[in-house]
Design a protein around this ligand. Structure first.
Ligand code: AMP
Length: 194
């Protein structure tokens, strides 16, 4: 994929997690900036979200944060970003994150990350966008998700080809090479239907 400029990262807002996940977030932020890729994320200063943003900024990268007004205090908005958008709702946030990004990376996270991951995967299944999605299975964190996806297929609730909607990688250093191997998106985001 050549037209890769801005990459959206979904990840946890918790900081009370194993250091290996924090290191992965830091390494990803640095790698994005070093390759001249802009970061689009949820705009918070907390947890892996803050770490990935700080690392990208420290490496000279551009970072766009999009945060809903009602959780601005909860997630403590990052005030040192290239752009910070305070928006009216979670839905506006998620739609803007999709519009502003050429690809999506899912790092370890909690309920919010899962919601964002399933939404972006589902929107791809519904052909509302055709942008690549990489799930970073750092230290096997997403093994239960892999098992669940297999279960969906085994029981007939997930189509046999759902694996084509996302790509799992195991290490941070495999994320950007995996993105480069992805085919160029063939369609614009159907924003009116998000
Ligand atoms: P978490 O993975 O729960 O730590 O949350 C990561 C990000 O997802 C944070 O920016 C949250 O604001 C966001 N988030 C939390 N809950 C939801 C939800 N139900 N829908 C969309 N995003 C959410």
């Amino acid at each position: 994929m050549t037209a890769l400029r801005n990459v959206c990262v979904y990840c946890g807002s918790s900081g009370s997690v194993d250091p290996s996940y924090k290191e992965a977030a830091h390494a990803l932020g640095t790698a994005l900036a070093e390759r001249g890729l802009g970061l689009v994320y949820g705009g918070g200063r907390v947890g892996l979200m803050g770490i990935v943003a700080d690392a990208a900024l420290a490496a000279g990268g551009e970072v766009v944060g999009i945060i809903p007004e009602h959780i601005q205090k909860l997630e403590v908005e990052h005030t040192g970003l290239t752009e910070l958008h305070v928006v009216d709702s979670m839905h506006t946030r998620k739609r803007m994150m999709v519009e502003r990004s050429d690809a999506f990376i899912i790092l370890p996270g909690g309920l919010g990350t899962l919601d964002e991951a399933f939404e972006i995967i589902t929107w791809r299944q519904l052909k509302l966008h055709d942008k690549p999605i990489i799930i970073a299975d750092i230290g096997g964190y997403w093994q239960p998700l892999r098992d669940l996806l297999t279960h969906l297929k085994d029981t007939g609730f997930g189509r046999g080809d759902i694996d084509q909607l996302y790509t799992f990688v195991e290490r941070v250093e495999d994320i950007l090479p995996a993105l480069r191997r992805e085919p160029e998106p063939q369609q614009a985001v159907d924003t009116a239907r998000l």
